[in-house]
Design a protein around this ligand. Structure first.
Ligand SMILES: NC(=O)c1ccc[n+]([C@@H]2O[C@H](COP(=O)([O-])OP(=O)(O)OC[C@H]3O[C@@H](n4cnc5c(N)ncnc54)[C@H](OP(=O)(O)O)[C@@H]3O)[C@@H](O)[C@H]2O)c1
Length: 299
């Protein structure tokens, strides 16, 4: 498994990370035993980074159970404080996360999103304090735009941004990618499979169960769903020409950029993780990249 360095002087982490939102049950219920086996499969395949959050339901508790038998030290453990970014709430969230994860520190502590209700200087000051106390090795932010990152950096430096990025959601290419590259900020893209659109397994008209967040998302219904799946089918053909799956193409396409540190891929089963690992270790050719652009430009 290839590794890349987080930010300017951070740890080296696997280029594929275990995204732990689905094992919390928000994309449909996942049995706890299956969730733990999925985490173990990821580590056995060479994944070293796990990403979770305060708001990922039972995800932190499951990861704590999965790592408690001596595996904690193999892992670069990333979590987030979600929603309330007042200094007291950040400290409380950290203590709760450490308890759930059954560890005395995390490796990366991230502010989950921008919330104008809480002054960013106060939030970042607390993040920095937690770093100095050894509760986290590194600080990160998530879903921040360039202006928000500039403001955050005035109080404390941070090692990473976690933005949404995938073949269908490319907003960060406007300015965020360049800002991060110029500032040596590591990028951990989330939702790399567009939450399942880029797996090639769904067909128009598919109804997600009520306990799956996708049942309420417009892009998984009607005409928008059909349009996205048509694009996915064409991308799948490009993948198959070189014996890749669409999932692997979607991951490897991100890794074409050296400024992407680690692609966070969600998984519910050991088989899914095994497929993710095939998303690294190869390069797309210029003509394949052009073919992908042509499909995406079709609108
Ligand atoms: N910071 C943030 O605001 C934020 C937001 C979203 C996500 N994240 C992070 O990014 C991670 C990844 O995002 P995500 O989990 O939401 O979405 P994702 O990685 O785009 O998609 C994950 C889903 O795709 C399906 N899938 C995965 N591998 C597959 C395979 N090999 N074959 C077929 N289907 C497969 C699974 O659902 P089904 O099998 O049910 O289709 C899985 O739950 C999260 O787990 C989380 O760590 C962060």
């Amino acid at each position: 498994m290839e590794k890349r360095q987080l930010g300017k002087d951070g740890a080296h982490v696997s280029v594929i990370g275990f995204g732990a939102w689905p094992i919390g049950g928000a994309m449909g219920a996942v049995d706890e035993g299956a969730a733990i086996s999925t985490v173990h499969a990821g580590l056995d395949h060479g994944i070293t980074l796990i990403d979770t959050a305060q708001s990922y339901r039972g995800s932190e508790v499951i990861i704590g159970k999965a790592l408690k038998d001596g595996r904690r030290n193999q892992v670069f453990l990333a979590t987030k404080v979600s929603g309330d970014y007042s200094p007291d709430a950040i400290r409380r969230a950290m203590e709760n996360s450490l308890r759930a994860l059954q560890t005395d520190h995390v490796d990366l502590y991230q502010i989950h999103g921008w919330n104008p209700q809480y002054p960013i200087d106060e939030s970042m000051e607390m993040m920095e304090r937690l770093r100095q106390e050894g509760k986290t090795r590194y600080i990160g932010v998530s879903n921040f735009n360039v202006e928000q990152m500039k403001l955050a950096a005035q109080t404390a430096s941070f090692h990473s941004l976690q933005p949404r990025y995938n073949l269908l959601d490319r907003e960060i290419e406007e300015d965020i990618l360049f800002y991060c590259e110029a500032g040596d900020i590591g990028i951990l893209p989330h939702s790399p499979l567009a939450k399942g659109l880029l797996t090639g397994k769904y067909t128009p008209g598919y109804q997600f169960p009520a306990d799956d967040e996708r049942s309420g998302m417009p892009r998984f219904q009607g005409e928008e769903f059909r349009r996205n799946l048509a694009k996915a089918e064409k991308l799948k053909t490009i993948a198959q020409r070189r014996d890749l799956t669409l999932v692997q193409l979607a991951i490897g396409w991100q890794l074409r950029l050296s400024r992407i540190t680690c692609v966070l891929v969600g998984a519910k089963t050991p088989e899914q993780v095994a497929e993710h690992v095939g998303g690294q270790g190869w390069q797309l050719t210029e003509s394949e990249l052009q073919a992908i652009e042509a499909v995406l430009a079709e609108g």
